[in-house]
Design a protein around this ligand. Structure first.
Ligand code: ACO
Length: 326
């Protein structure tokens, strides 16, 4: 029997500080009414002192380990999906390893923007298929507040900080990740991007790299996100002779409510089958799916054997969908 990756435990960590739409009204020319109707976001969490990306990630990891009944030294691999590590090198995953004392693990980061957690889940499944007793800590963690231009009302209202973690292994029953459909299109990078640090090599200088913050053509991102997520989900269902009615719960990337409603409408999935928390946290990029999954798990919404559907879209562009039995 082919062994597949199952999630044994979940955890999340959100910064304490709440940033409301009323707070944003004092920072840029905007209004609660505009933000609510265009995005559905009411509040987001913003990291403060002692809430660096790797510390949020480590706290989420401790909770996931506890939920899974797993000790840190049982972990073989730590993968952190992030585009906002507090250092370029070492990786966020190495800092998490040191924080939680996962001394037997190897560790690295992946960056697929908002789709990072889904790419990581697919990666974890491939490891488990080749070594079924492997235990993997997969985390999505972001401090986007450090990479948002707080003077740009087009972007600063959308994002928040947070971390979600999952302990992954095989349950030995062939259940877990069922199938995935991952995509990217690097030709469209210019619609949503963030420069890295400026080059110190005088021969390699990027024009327009005047700072490292998120830039976005919102309308174009919106259109691509809706179409790409719908196609990624429908394609995956068709390939497996399933319909949306076979899905027990859909946990999409939490970008904004309008995108989610459009995707739901096109797929014909009723609202009660979709977990939405973007109203509370804004868009936390790679953290959004594992945070939502942890909330759904702790609220008792997930039953063993349920068919879960994940989908996401983000910078790159990257996007995809994944089916998993809980
Ligand atoms: N408050 C008030 N007015 C604003 C604000 C704001 N915060 N931001 C923009 N506006 C103004 C614009 O300046 C523009 O004014 P103008 O007509 O005088 O030029 C007007 O509102 C309309 O701007 P649009 O950009 O056309 O507004 P739109 O209806 O497209 O909504 C939004 C903008 C919410 C960003 C939308 O395009 C969107 O949701 N895009 C997807 C972006 C996204 O989710 N990105 C996250 C990363 S990718 C992902 O996670 C899927």
């Amino acid at each position: 029997m082919v062994k597949r990756a199952s999630i044994l435990g979940t955890g999340s960590c959100l910064p304490k500080r709440l940033l409301t739409n009323a707070d944003l009204e004092k920072m840029v020319e905007t209004s609660d009414e505009w933000i609510t109707t265009r995005t559905g976001i009411h509040t987001r969490r913003i990291a403060g002192k002692g809430e660096d990306n790797y510390l949020l990630a480590a706290n989420a990891a401790r909770k996931a380990l506890q939920d899974a009944g797993t000790e840190p030294d049982e972990i073989d691999l730590i993968v952190v999906a992030t585009m906002t590590p507090h250092m370029i090198m070492p990786s966020c995953a190495c800092f998490v390893q040191a924080e939680i004392g996962a001394d037997n693990a190897f560790a690295y980061d992946i960056n697929a923007a908002c789709t990072g957690y889904l790419y990581g889940l697919d990666l974890a499944d491939k490891y488990i298929c080749s070594r079924e007793d492997m235990k993997i800590l997969l985390i999505g963690s972001e401090t986007l507040s450090a990479r948002v231009n707080w003077k740009d009302r087009n972007t600063c209202i959308l994002f928040g900080d947070g971390a979600g973690a999952t302990v992954i292994s095989s349950r030995g029953d062939g259940k877990g990740v069922y199938d995935s459909n991952l995509c990217s299109d690097g030709r469209l990078w210019h619609l949503l991007y963030m420069h890295g640090p400026k080059s110190l090599n005088p021969e390699i200088v990027q024009d327009g790299n005047d700072g490292s913050y998120i830039r976005m053509i919102g309308r174009d991102v919106f259109k691509h996100a809706v179409r790409a997520m719908e196609e990624a989900v429908q394609g995956l269902l068709d390939k497996n002779n399933l319909t949306i009615d076979d899905v027990d719960l859909m946990i999409p990337h939490q970008a904004n409510v309008r995108i989610l409603h459009k995707v739901m409408e096109r797929l014909g999935v009723p609202e009660e089958k979709v977990y939405i928390n973007v109203n509370k946290y804004g868009n936390t990029s790679a953290a959004s799916i594992p945070v939502a999954l942890d909330e759904a798990n702790r609220q008792g919404l997930l039953n063993r054997g349920d068919l879960l559907l994940f989908c996401s879209f983000g910078g790159g562009f990257t996007w995809g969908s994944l089916l998993m039995h809980w």
